[in-house]
Structure formats: structure tokens, C-alpha cells
Design a protein around this ligand. Structure first.
Ligand code: UDP
Length: 476
């Protein structure tokens, strides 16, 4: 017999900006559809959201939307900088979180009917199975990266991995179905460059990837129109896959349909946004500015920042550069010194901030190009905004994504593995001036496709409806 209450869905992302962003957007989409939601953040990230956003007030508009918190298993004084979160995947820290998650699920009222968890939190699958709760994994990085990671054992068997020290990095990889024609060694996820396939991180990635394929279903932040051939391949191993992206556009489409275009969307930022850059953009001509930003985790050397900066300064476009605090690695304090020095020298040609309201920036008419680290959210945000990209991938799926942008979608250029001012200058000039029309046209076409996919009757719109129906069924 059915319940006389709405289904209760629990969300749990890996605690980083890039994982939380798409998951909180999906949570809002399900809240709009009438589900009761518990969105779990670690205590640390919850505090940051309360500090920098109006989160608590915002979600009050949805009845039954709870913002829960859970330990991240680390001592309070842990710096939580860099890429600390892999420690969550399968060690003593992860086991503390697993126990807290289990305790919470046993005691929560009304009971949780379905869990949507980050595909990297394999321990959540064990808890769900033990308690008999349906579970859907959300893999927030790119489908091509999921598929490549899934295929690592096949690449090892075929002798394509490991990549040895004097390897031709332009050699084509032939054992990842659907990617044979355009993926080279250098385009594999960064962890595939490990010299030893017994490397514990590689093993963990393969294990978590394959484990997430055992969930009741898999959610991917893409559209059939963007990643169709790879989605077909993934479906040979995971029969139920919901492609519901780009999720930022899907949420906007559904919220605006309900509340109108002027609705003020929630910004789930973990750092304080410097909105002064939008006023600066207001004074720039249309499509004249390169927006340069490298996400929430990238760090770079002082030398790399200087090369990127000179490339931008010597190019024919003005620029808006984001340099996150503590993201430039130098000797003590040197990173900050170089940023201050560049800031002073930049005044005529550009603007530098610590952290930007990225979606607003990308959609600003003054922005004509995006120099990006090719994080999956940033990539999709660039696609939706119709902004061509110059890709400087840093790690994880970014090496794959930049290849998709340049070779599959043809909406940008890939600067992978080099950081040289001349190349930065040339690529920025290509995108912003010399091949401007060509890139602007292909990016506009790609953007149009994404809008179609998130509009009524579009693929992502319909896939979300199917997900909603299926969660209701699972929860009966
Ligand atoms: N972001 C932002 N302001 C910034 C830099 C990044 O709001 O100055 C957001 C960006 O819009 C994106 C997320 O942070 O949604 C970064 O996610 P992504 O997957 O691109 O990269 P990651 O940070 O995980 O490497």
C-alpha cells in the first residue's frame, strides 16, 4: 500500500564545490516536484554556505526541505585545503562518515525512501543495501571520464596502460569503446599517468567507478545531445542512466517556468563572491573580455601564473582573472606577493578577483572567451552560455574534458601540458579575434542544443521526468 506522504530523498555529495553544485541543483529540482528532501553537507561546508549565502532562508520556500549536516571525519583544526577529500573514500575517515550516515538513516523521521549520493562515496552503497534503501549514484564529473575510468582494467589488459616514461603521449588509445578515433594518451584522466597500475588511487578509482555502476541507477550531468555516443556505451554496463544536464540550465528552465524570468536563483558558493567584477564587465564592449578561472581546487606555481598572466596581457583582449586565495604555490608568502604585483600591473587591461559569481560572468555580454581548467561544471556552464573555451586542464577528468571541447564539440582549443605565454597569447587571440566568428558560431550552436534539451519535450527535461517517476516508484 502506498504512503500518504511525499517521498523522502536524501542527498549526499562529496564535500567540494564542484560536487555539491550539481547535487544541490538536483535537490531543488526534486523539491519543485514535491519531494521531501534532506540535503547532507559536512559541518564544515554547511558553515561556509551559511556564511556566504542565504541558504537557510532560500530553502524555506520548499516545505520539507531540510539541510542536514554530517561529520567529514576530520579533526576541527584540519586545514581541509587542496584535495583532501579523497581521504573520504575508503579509510578510517570514511568509516567514521559511514557510521554517522548509518546512525542518521536509522533514526530519521520520516524514513528516507531513496538516497542520491555522490558516485565516489562507495560506502553509502553498503549502508543503503544493509538498510534496504534504494540508491541512485550521481557521478558529477564527465561521462567520458566515467567511461574511461570504467575501462581502465581493459586498457591494462590490452597493454595501453601504464604509460611508460618515454611514451609518445600523442598515441591514440584504442581500447575505450566510442573514443577510439580522438583520444590520445595525454587525454586520459590525470591519474592514468601513474607509472604503476597497482597505485592505490587508481585502484580506488576503478573500484568506486565500478561500484557506482551497481547502484539502482546512475545520474550524469550531461545531455543526450552532448554525449550521446558515450552514453550509449555506458548503458551497455549500467542499464538505467539518467542524463539530466546541463543541470544549471535545467533548473533555470523549470524554476523560471514556475516563478518567471526575474526569479533570483540560489548561489551555492563556498567562498565569498566578489561582485565588483560584474560592474567592471558592465564597462567593457560586447564579447571583448577573456574570463580566466581555474575552479575551486586547482593550484599552480608562481611561474605558471606569470606565464598565463603575460599571455593574457600580450593578447588583443582584456581579461578578468580569478586567483583563489592560497592557490599559487611559492615559497612562504611568495604566491600572494606575485598576485598583488600582477594586480597592480593589470589595471589598464583587466581585473583580478579572488572568486567570481561565475555563471553571471559567463552570461555577461562582455565575455567572449573562457580560459578554463576544464572542470566539468565550468565546461557545462561555458557551453550553456555559448562562450568558446581555451582549456588548460589541471587534473582528474579535466584532461578528458578539454579534448571533448576541442575535438568533439569543436568549441575551443586545448592547451594541455604546456603553460607558455606565447601559446596562451596565440590561443586567446585565435578565440577572441582571429577565428572569433568560427568559434562563436559553434559555441552558439552548442548552447542552443543544450537549451533545447532542457526545454519542455527536450531530452534532459524528459529524462528528469522519468527520474522523478522512477524515484516515486522505488519509494512505494
Ligand atoms: N566557481 C565560482 N566562482 C569561481 C570559480 C568557480 O562560482 O570564481 C564555481 C563554478 O561556477 C563551478 C564550480 O565552482 O560551478 C567549480 O566546479 P568545476 O567542476 O568547474 O571545477 P572544480 O572546482 O571541481 O575543479
Amino acid at each position: 500500500m502506498g504512503k500518504d506522504r511525499s517521498s523522502h530523498v536524501l542527498f549526499f555529495p562529496v564535500p567540494s564545490q564542484g560536487h555539491m553544485n550539481p547535487m544541490i541543483k538536483l535537490a531543488e529540482l526534486l523539491a519543485l516536484a514535491g519531494f521531501r528532501i534532506t540535503f547532507l553537507n559536512t559541518h564544515h561546508n554547511h558553515e561556509r554556505l551559511l556564511r556566504f549565502t542565504n541558504m537557510a532562508a532560500y530553502f524555506e520556500r520548499y516545505s520539507g526541505f531540510e539541510l542536514g549536516t554530517i561529520t567529514d571525519g576530520l579533526p576541527q583544526d584540519h586545514p581541509r585545503s587542496g584535495h583532501w577529500f579523497p581521504a573520504m573514500f575508503e579509510d578510517a575517515t570514511a568509516m567514521k562518515i559511514k557510521q554517522s550516515l548509518r546512525d542518521m538513516l536509522v533514526n530519521v523521521s520520516p524514513p528516507v525512501d531513496c538516497m542520491i549520493v555522490d558516485a565516489f562515496l562507495g560506502f553509502a552503497l553498503d549502508v543503503a543495501r544493509e538498510l534496504g534503501i534504494p540508491i541512485v549514484c550521481f557521478r558529477t564529473s564527465s561521462p567520458c571520464c566515467f567511461w574511461t575510468s570504467y575501462s581502465i582494467p581493459d586498457m591494462i589488459r590490452a597493454g595501453e596502460l601504464p604509460i611508460n616514461g618515454n611514451e609518445d603521449m600523442d598515441r591514440l588509445i584504442t581500447t575505450v569503446p566510442g573514443m577510439e578515433t580522438h583520444f590520445r594518451c595525454r587525454d586520459l584522466p590525470s591519474y592514468c599517468r601513474a607509472p604503476d597500475m597497482e597505485d592505490s588511487f587508481i585502484k580506488l578509482i576503478v573500484k568506486q567507478t565500478r561500484k557506482s555502476a551497481e547502484a539502482d541507477a546512475l545520474i550524469l550531468n550531461t545531455a543526450e545531445e552532448l554525449d550521446g555516443p558515450i552514453l550509449s556505451q555506458i548503458r551497455t554496463q549500467c542499464p538505467i542512466v539518467y542524463a539530466i544536464g546541463p543541470i544549471n540550465a535545467l533548473l533555470k528552465s523549470r524554476v523560471n517556468a514556475k516563478h518567471g524570468e526575474s526569479y533570483h536563483h540560489f548561489s551555492n558558493t563556498l567562498l565569498e563572491e566578489d561582485k565588483s567584477c560584474v560592474s567592471w564587465l558592465d564597462k567593457q564592449p560586447n564579447r571583448s573580455v577573456t574570463y580566466a578561472c581555474f575552479g575551486s581546487l586547482t593550484s599552480m606555481s608562481r611561474e605558471q601564473l606569470i606565464e598565463l598572466w603575460y599571455g593574457l596581457v600580450n593578447s588583443k583582449s582584456n581579461f578578468l582573472l580569478v586567483v583563489r586565495p592560497n592557490s599559487v604555490i611559492g615559497k612562504d608568502g611568495e604566491g600572494d606577493d606575485v598576485v598583488n604585483e600582477l594586480f597592480d600591473k593589470t589595471k589598464d587591461r583587466g581585473y583580478i578577483v579572488d572568486w567570481a559569481p561565475q555563471e553571471a560572468v559567463l552570461n555577461h555580454p562582455a565575455v567572449g572567451g573562457f580560459l578554463t581548467h576544464s572542470g566539468w561544471n565550468s565546461t557545462l556552464e561555458g557551453v550553456v552560455a555559448g562562450v568558446p573555451m581555451i582549456c588548460w586542464p589541471y587534473f582528474a577528468d579535466q584532461q578528458v574534458n578539454s579534448r571533448v571541447v576541442s575535438e568533439v564539440w569543436k568549441i575551443g582549443l586545448d592547451m594541455k601540458d604546456v603553460c607558455d605565454r606565447k601559446i596562451v597569447e596565440k590561443m586567446v587571440n585565435d578565440v577572441m579575434v582571429d577565428r572569433k566568428e568560427e568559434f562563436a558560431k559553434s559555441a552558439a550552436e552548442m548552447s542552443k542544443l543544450t537549451y533545447q534539451s532542457v526545454s519542455v519535450g527536450g531530452s534532459s527535461y524528459s529524462n528528469l521526468d522519468r527520474l522523478i517517476e522512477d524515484i516515486r516508484e522505488m519509494s512505494l
